[in-house]
Design a protein around this ligand. Structure first.
Ligand SMILES: [Cu+2]
Length: 147
């Protein structure tokens, strides 16, 4: 995509808040009952996330949709280049948090059928995530943010 040209700070943008991204939205489906094949990606093995490797650009948004009958989250793994055994999450994972980047982010607890708020990709990098409830079962994925 073309590089975004920032609007002047004083420009009125009545239908778009400052916090919204200006790129495309990528939808990721979460379902352990639909996506049962365990796959190997760079960071380790994954199941229940489609696509399991998400490629976006800075300014794009990612929306996670729970297409399952159980609760799920997509929650960032801090400072991890591979899927660590214990992501050391707290209950912060159960609340919508942050933006896609090196800091902590999470969709929060998504009920069956629920869509997350758009999570905006703010900084280039590779960011791993997993489900708070099903991390041990391998529900994990990777987001690659390009400039
Ligand atoms: Cu899950």
């Amino acid at each position: 995509m073309l590089a975004a040209v920032p609007a002047p700070a004083h420009a009125a943008r009545p239908h778009q808040s400052q916090d919204q991204g200006n790129g495309t939205t990528v939808v990721v489906s979460l379902s352990l009952s639909k996506y049962t094949a365990v796959k190997a990606i760079d960071a380790g093995s994954t199941v229940g996330v489609k696509p399991d490797v998400i490629r976006v650009h800075v300014g794009d948004s990612v929306v996670f949709v729970n297409d399952d009958t159980d609760h799920h989250t997509a929650t960032s793994l801090l400072n991890a280049a591979t899927f660590v055994d214990d992501p050391r999450w707290t209950d912060d994972a159960l609340r919508p948090n942050g933006e896609i980047g090196p800091g902590f982010w999470s969709t929060g607890d998504l009920s069956p059928g629920q869509r997350s708020a758009p999570l905006i990709a703010r900084k280039p990098g590779t960011y791993l995530f997993g489900c708070f409830f099903d991390y041990g079962a391998g529900m994990r994925g990777e987001i690659v943010v390009e400039p």
